[in-house]
Design a protein around this ligand. Structure first.
Ligand SMILES: [Zn+2]
Ligand SMILES: [Zn+2]
Length: 349
């Protein structure tokens, strides 16, 4: 196994040499021994980290990481061995529980920026429980099951992409109705500019995480990558080349482009959309965004609730209670029936 050197000194308390963890409440490194908070970044380095980088598809990227499966770091606090698997950026020492985080200079794709956790574990936990309770058709015992699970904090890898697309499209649309229904052809050109399109940089980032809770974020909240922000949280490193990132998100982008074409044509019944696009001016960011995840199982099925580490927005998978669902739809039918009767009565006047 390969050895590596992670920097732990920046995570140590300057007062008592105790181990520090990043606290969303204080937005600082809190010493676990003496309780004093220390700023993560030197104020001089606390610059705007929202800058984007140009992507040149013709240039060969030389920074591809050759990561071995497992690497070992010797804990500077206790001498214990901390194992990093290929995708982990942040670990806890299994012997002293201290935070060990890889620096930006570590081999592999560099994470350029991140948004630090703003919502803490207690808040995320209460959000997850409130979410389950608010589900109309959640089984009664689900709240108790979710209450037993604990949220875990993870910095997940994302891309943002900008691009200008010069599009040529062909499509069909329908006019009229009944016997006058006609299908017509249409073609056209349009330009689309995508700005800060947020795309997952890992297959671990499910649509639940991206669409449910992180679909918008404020680029000016980005901070330069610093191990201090990760101390105590799991983090997945960037492992896709830019081209791999673009390819992995191709299908999602096609959906967005088709929607823009539909809006551009602005007619009813648009179908059979085909297009050619010439993308230029691609700019990207490699960033990490904070997520709280609560895993639970219900009747043997793994489920999860995710909570944004930025603003607490919550979304989840949950089982349906057939009994509650039936009762709920009975209420709806009753309401519709009542409404229908009133409507009918007014119509007769
Ligand atoms: Zn201390
Ligand atoms: Zn240790």
């Amino acid at each position: 196994m390969e050895t590596l050197q992670a920097d732990q000194t920046s995570l140590q308390c300057p007062n008592c040499a105790g181990q520090c963890l990043f606290s969303p409440k204080s937005q600082a490194l809190d010493c676990q021994s003496c309780g004093v908070s220390h700023p993560v970044l030197d104020p001089a380095r606390h610059h705007d980290a929202s800058g984007e980088f140009p992507f040149d598809p013709d240039s060969v990227q030389s920074d591809a990481p050759q990561l071995t499966k497992e690497r070992a770091h010797q804990c500077q606090a206790c001498g214990g061995t901390v194992i990093f698997t290929a995708r982990n950026l942040s670990e806890r020492c299994p012997y002293c529980d201290g935070a060990v985080v890889l620096g930006k200079q570590d081999r592999g794709y560099r994470t350029k920026a991140l948004i630090p956790f703003q919502a803490d574990a207690d808040f995320a936990q209460s959000q997850a429980q409130a979410w389950v309770k608010a589900r109309i058709a959640a089984p009664n015992d689900l709240s108790a099951i979710v209450a037993k699970g604990r949220v875990a904090g993870l910095y997940a890898p994302f891309w943002t992409f900008d691009s200008s697309e010069a599009l040529e499209y062909w499509a069909m649309y329908t006019t009229g109705s009944g016997d006058n229904r006609r299908t017509k052809k249409i073609k056209g050109r349009m330009d689309i500019h995508f700005n800060d399109l947020l795309m997952p940089a890992s297959d671990h980032v499910t649509p639940l995480i991206r669409d449910g809770i992180l679909h918008d974020f404020t680029p000016s909240d980005l901070r330069p990558y610093d191990p201090g922000f990760l101390a105590g949280f799991a983090a997945e490193r960037h492992h896709q080349s830019i081209q791999e990132g673009l390819d992995a998100n191709e299908a999602d982008k096609r959906v967005l482009i088709r929607n823009r074409i539909k809006a551009h044509i602005n007619k009813s019944g648009v179908h059979n959309i085909n297009y050619q696009t010439d993308a230029s001016g691609i700019h990207y960011r490699r960033i990490l965004l904070p997520v709280w995840i609560l895993h639970y199982t219900f009747k043997g099925k793994p489920m999860k609730v995710v909570v944004s580490g930025i603003d607490g927005r919550t979304f989840g998978e949950r089982p349906f209670s057939m009994f509650k669902l039936a009762a709920y739809s009975a209420v709806i039918s009753a309401a519709v029936t009542a409404f229908g009767l009133v409507w009918g009565a007014t119509g007769m006047l």
